[in-house]
Design a protein around this ligand. Sequence first.
Ligand SMILES: C[S@@+](CC[C@H](N)C(=O)[O-])C[C@H]1O[C@@H](n2cnc3c(N)ncnc32)[C@H](O)[C@@H]1O
Length: 280
Amino acid sequence: MASKPTHLEPSELGTREYWDNLYTTELTNHAHDPTDTGTVWFDDSDAERKVIEYLEDLGLSPATTSFLDLGTGNGSLLFGLCDGGWSGRMLGVDYSRRSVEFARRIARSRGERPLPRRDSSSSSNNTNSAPAEEEKEEVDEVEFLEHDILKTPPSALLSGAQSQGWDVVLDKGTFDAISLSSETDPASGRRASESYKARILPLVREGGLFLVTSCNWTEEELRGWFVGVKEKEEEEEDERTRRWRFEEVGKVEYPSFSFGGAKGQTISSLCFRKARNNAS
Ligand SMILES: C[S@@+](CC[C@H](N)C(=O)[O-])C[C@H]1O[C@@H](n2cnc3c(N)ncnc32)[C@H](O)[C@@H]1O
């Protein structure tokens, strides 16, 4: 079993203030130029397209699969899924109020153009359909909510058809940001990254997927965080969390490089499935 990786040096990217400032700037830029939808993290590795292609190859239903995007930023990954024809429920959450405002604003501006559709039976040959209806549908296509993954109980994101969890929970760069936080739990002294797995497990339904993309952690380290960790803090978790585990399903392929005899890649995306922990 892989051991828990060592911690990263805290940085400003681990603070809410940093992200609020960034999204305030991005809101201003977007107001001046609506085509400017802000930073897409790991764009240089084409991560968003590769993650979406990876999901397309899993044989999930584009019409019904529900997606929860943790630390959604500008919502770009969810909008990318919409553009690819995925039409199940989508929710993006972020602890930065300005991020949520930004993502909602982009959703509204997207609503001003026609919907892309995958399902030809619902694709509109109907020239009578009112533009206002299409706008409304697009605006509602993705929801955004202010939510602190570490401080707000997971139950706040579990309701209706998702009361038992989401089909797919996405994280692109959020565990990275959380790993850079200097915050510690006052009682245990543990770093924020150490509570992350216990926070997200309840958000995934049994058999559902968690797909994490990181530039700060290697594949092996991600395995250590999400599969391998079996230490004291897990024993202390409540009964509900202890019954579950993540098992690795696969990974997104990125170009690798060699340097000084060592092989590496700049980012890693690993996909895990939530399974029952028979051992407990
Ligand atoms: C590197 S950005 C990634 C944004 C987006 N996922 C993307 O790929 O473009 C990290 C995001 O995580 C959010 N974040 C960090 N800590 C969080 C927390 N505890 N709860 C919710 N969101 C958080 C930040 O506000 C920021 O939007």
